[in-house]
Design a protein around this ligand. Structure first.
Ligand code: ATP
Ligand code: MG
Length: 698
């Protein structure tokens, strides 16, 4: 049975309850971090189903990440019956689903593929080569992405650019953009930005489809509405229609994606766009302690371009926010690792947040050297690894033989004697006869002098194409056998073939869960780097501030609170840029539930050179009473007694006197492999890696 009224409302405060009881028409839930916005959406959806008689199949909830969508769905499944039919997804996943059903009506081929960033770059390179231009693809790609996120033709942006961009004149650039789009179409491919644009076009131009999709989305919710871009805004607006049973939820103080064309004006203007909107404000913060929240509030009031909001802590008091001043970035990383070791397990209570990906390396090393398990959320992605990409390319090609990017990737991987000279010839045939590359391959297999390798490849592809409409796992199993792929890995990557084979296994496991190969490829295409399957249990989470959005952790370390990093040097030139950096700091601070550590270094490597740096202006803006300077290295007076010695194999046997650059003199108490445990006078026991720790005999 459905839950009772009481069960759905009792765990909410009065303001949240009002929002949950909102029925038809537009609503805006606008509130600060940790006030229960996301929770309100969950309860509202459950309430619609349980108490208002709305069918789950009429409800859409849009989240910012796939992971957030999964969590929301899981929570709803535990709350109400029929939740399996809810449509909970990101904008991109929602749009792709619409295109899989109705895409042919906007000229998409049934097996169209989605190109990721690497594919996109590969295609741009191809286009540049074809046009005989020596330009770099990077800046052109960002121009394309920007245009697509804003929903304007790339040509419009050209007018704002200097006469020469990426080393190309406007005219040449226009040729490149045009050719790129043509090539995508010819290859039956969309890039990421295209997904929403095509879906929008479809809904705009095809009244029939619009009507059907609207039935499936009679009640719409959009979480993190402050980070919608113009295309998502239009998509939402169109889908919501006149009735506009739309609940937008967000916090303008947490808008941090303007570099992807997100625009906080969407949330600020909501009541103008939807004049009938009711506005709900949540003012109690359940996440963070009073100490953390006071600090957070003091940060964000310094922004001028904002709406005043009230945010009161439910958890009174709490430990002070702590600030550690490190000498260097290395010193900072060591502090983080040692403090985490001091706090002890479970380590998945802890997150370490930073502004730029590059900062993760020192932190990873420092944690590893102390044997603290960690995971980088959004590092080199699983689906970006060469072996995984190879196998995925076979899969995409099998569903869509027009996909030239994938074709080139697998044509000679594993090597089968199709060299660059042959590829050139095939491309020449394609050009001369105006054929897709795959068709040109068939011609080449009949006309070129040494056709065997080409024929073998074509025969393989024929087998694979037959399997492509079956289950994903069986497809990959056959592929591995038919290409002898594991043997190739051992041959090509002798030093880490084992790791790569494990990745292949992981791919098979993931494929098993998909309904079909196509379904699997779509899921992969939508999986952002930030949310790949990384074993979370028992591990410290390392991630950028951007990736931390919406999450919460009992303990948070926010590192690199320095001028140049936070605010980042690239954002200093405008007030908008600076205020977005401040919002980013606010987002980071408000992830913490119980304990918050901030730190900065006094020197850091910048573009390969060690430079002195200053603490962030954001720290200087905050009243000094709101945090405390913390230095655990000065106050260690307790002397725990060392446990009895144990003789162990390795470089150390136990009992040796050693010196460590930071901990000073100590005695080895245990050693195993690369790890030693040392008792340092006045510091206590430390587990160290011989590889990383600079231990010297005393
Ligand atoms: P953010 O702005 O970071 O996205 P949010 O406003 O979406 O935050 P939630 O993540 O929904 O906030 O809630 C923050 C925390 O407070 C969660 O742990 C949630 O379960 C808890 N919480 C929210 N409302 C209540 C309530 N009425 N009673 C108890 N706990 C609550
Ligand atoms: Mg939220």
């Amino acid at each position: 049975a459905h839950p009772s009224e009481e069960a759905l409302l009792s765990s909410l405060n009065e303001a949240q309850r009002q929002a949950v009881l909102h029925f038809e028409g537009p609503a805006l839930v606008v509130a600060g971090a940790g006030s229960g916005k996301t929770r309100t959406v969950v309860h509202r959806v459950a309430y619609l189903i349980a108490r208002r008689g709305v069918f789950p199949s009429e409800i859409l909830a849009v989240t910012f990440t796939n992971k957030a969508a999964e969590e929301m769905k899981a929570r709803l499944k535990a709350m109400v019956r029929g939740a399996g039919e809810l449509w909970v997804s990101t904008f991109h996943a929602a749009a792709l689903r619409i295109l899989r059903v109705y895409g042919e009506r906007v000229g998409l081929k049934p097996g169209f593929v989605v190109y990721d960033e690497d594919d996109q770059t590969a295609l741009l390179k191809e286009v540049l080569k074809e046009l005989g231009l020596a330009a770099k693809p990077g800046p052109i790609k960002s121009l394309l992405d920007r245009a697509k996120n804003q929903g304007v033709p790339p040509e419009h942006l050209l007018l704002e650019l200097p006469e020469f961009y990426a080393g190309l004149s406007r005219g040449r650039l226009q040729d490149v953009l045009h050719r790129y789009q043509e090539a995508l179409r010819a290859q039956g491919a969309l890039d990421f930005g295209d997904i929403l644009l095509y879906a929008l076009k479809l809904l705009e131009e095809d009244g029939e489809v619009l009507k059907r999709v609207r039935k499936r989305a009679r009640f719409i919710h959009v979480d993190e509405y402050q980070d919608t871009n113009p295309v998502q805004y239009r998509f939402t607006r169109l889908l919501a229609g006149e009735e506009a049973n739309l609940m937008a939820v967000g916090d303008p103080d947490q808008g941090i994606y303007s570099f992807r064309a997100a625009d906080i004006r969407n949330i600020l203007d909501f009541t103008q766009d939807y004049p009938k909107a009711r506005v709900y404000r949540l003012e109690d913060n359940y996440r963070s302690t009073e100490a953390i929240l006071r600090f957070a509030n003091a940060v964000i009031v310094k922004n001028a371009l904002r709406l005043e909001k009230t945010l009161r802590p439910v958890k009174k008091g709490g430990e002070p926010v702590r600030l550690f001043r490190a000498e260097s970035a290395r010193d900072e990383a060591r502090f983080v690792a040692e403090e985490i070791a001091r706090l002890g397990p479970p380590f998945d209570r802890v997150a370490v947040l930073y502004r730029t990906n590059a900062q993760s390396r020192l932190l990873e090393q420092a944690l590893a050297s102390r044997g603290i398990p960690a995971r980088v959320v959004g590092g080199v992605g699983f689906f970006e690894r060469a072996e995984v990409k190879d196998l995925l390319a076979y899969a995409r090609l099998s569903l869509n033989p027009l996909d030239a990017v994938s074709l080139k990737r697998v044509l000679n991987t594993p090597p089968r004697g199709i060299g660059p000279a042959t590829v050139e010839k095939v491309q020449a045939i394609a050009r001369e006869r105006g054929l897709p590359l795959f068709e040109a391959l068939k011609v080449a297999a009949l006309t070129l002098p040494r056709p065997e390798p080409l024929r073998a490849f074509l025969a393989l592809m024929e087998e694979l194409m037959d399997l492509a409409f079956g289950p994903a796992e069986a497809f990959f199993r056959h592929l591995l056998l038919a290409t002898d792929y594991p043997a190739y890995l051992k041959e090509a990557y002798p030093e880490d073939a084992e790791d790569r084979l494990e990745n292949v296994e992981e791919l098979l496991r993931a494929a098993k869960e998909a309904e079909s190969l196509m379904d699997f490829l779509d899921k992969v295409a939508l999986t952002a780097r930030a949310e790949e399957p990384a074993e979370a249990e028992g591990r410290v989470a390392l991630m950028t501030l951007h990736n931390a959005k919406g999450l919460e952790f009992p303990v948070v370390f926010l590192v690199g609170v320095e001028e140049g990093l936070l605010p980042h040097r690239s954002s200093l030139s405008t007030q908008e840029g600076l205020e977005e950096e401040r919002r980013l700091f606010y987002v980071g601070v408000t992830r913490a539930q119980e304990r918050l550590y901030l730190s900065y270094a006094q020197e850091r490597e910048i573009y390969g050179r060690l430079e002195p740096v200053r603490p962030s202006r954001f720290l200087e803006e905050v009243d000094e009473g709101l945090y405390e300077v913390y230095d655990p290295y000065r106050q260690s007076s307790r002397k725990p007694t060392p446990p009895p010695h144990r003789a162990l194999p390795g470089a150390f046997r136990g009992g040796e006197k050693v010196v460590h650059p930071r901990f000073g003199p100590g005695t080895v108490v245990a050693a195993a492999g690369d790890e030693v445990t040392v008792h340092f006078e006045g510091v206590g026991l430390k587990r160290l890696s011989l590889k990383y720790a600079d231990l010297r005999p005393a």
